[in-house]
Design a protein around this ligand. Sequence first.
Ligand code: G3P
Length: 226
Amino acid sequence: MKLIIDDVNIEKIKDVFSIFPIDGVTSNPSILYKYGKQPYEILREIREFIGENSELHVQVISESSEGMLKEAHKIIKELGKNTYVKIPVTREGLKVIKILRKEEINVTATAIYTQMQAYLAGKAGAQYAAPYVNRIDNLGANGVQVAKDIHDIFEKNNLKTEVLAASFKNSQQVLELCKYGIGAATISPDVIEGLIKNACVDVAVENFKKDFEILCGQGNTMLNCR
Ligand code: G3P
């Protein structure tokens, strides 16, 4: 499962990249709004930092297919070929996915709440389909199960599309999908930090240090003991 950061805050992205094995960055219009900088300004900065080998996912705003196509072309021109254009799976969006894939532009089908949306996006050629796990949970359904179903649907129908699960609120949701072997998860920096936070680990490391210092003296390590 690829691990992707769902944020555009460049300071947070740099910090998370320096610690975790990260494959790319996703954004959406609300995330851009929260950060407050002009979209291409910050997205160019992110592209420069992550390099051209990491994935960057950027969403269109238009509702018409003509508008979405124009935005997609501009996004690729500004941010490079390894950018995935996020297209909401609406009626117009499906049409755009088919056209963009014929043009060999990378597509992440987004705003997915149902298995059938994902199947249609996959059949239209999208490389990724992004179900919104926590938002689905909040509707009283089971977001993790929807993401698993989509993974199975792609496999059983011989579609190359991968699940790029989004909208996580806790480590358990991520773990469940990791165990299932989905293609990718895009996660906010806070939830990524939670993947490794564990007081028991901290206590264990602290106790190892204490024992070692009793043996070799305070402040000593394997570097300066006999
Ligand atoms: O792009 C979709 C995803 O980022 C949604 O996350 O936390 O707003 O539900 P959230």
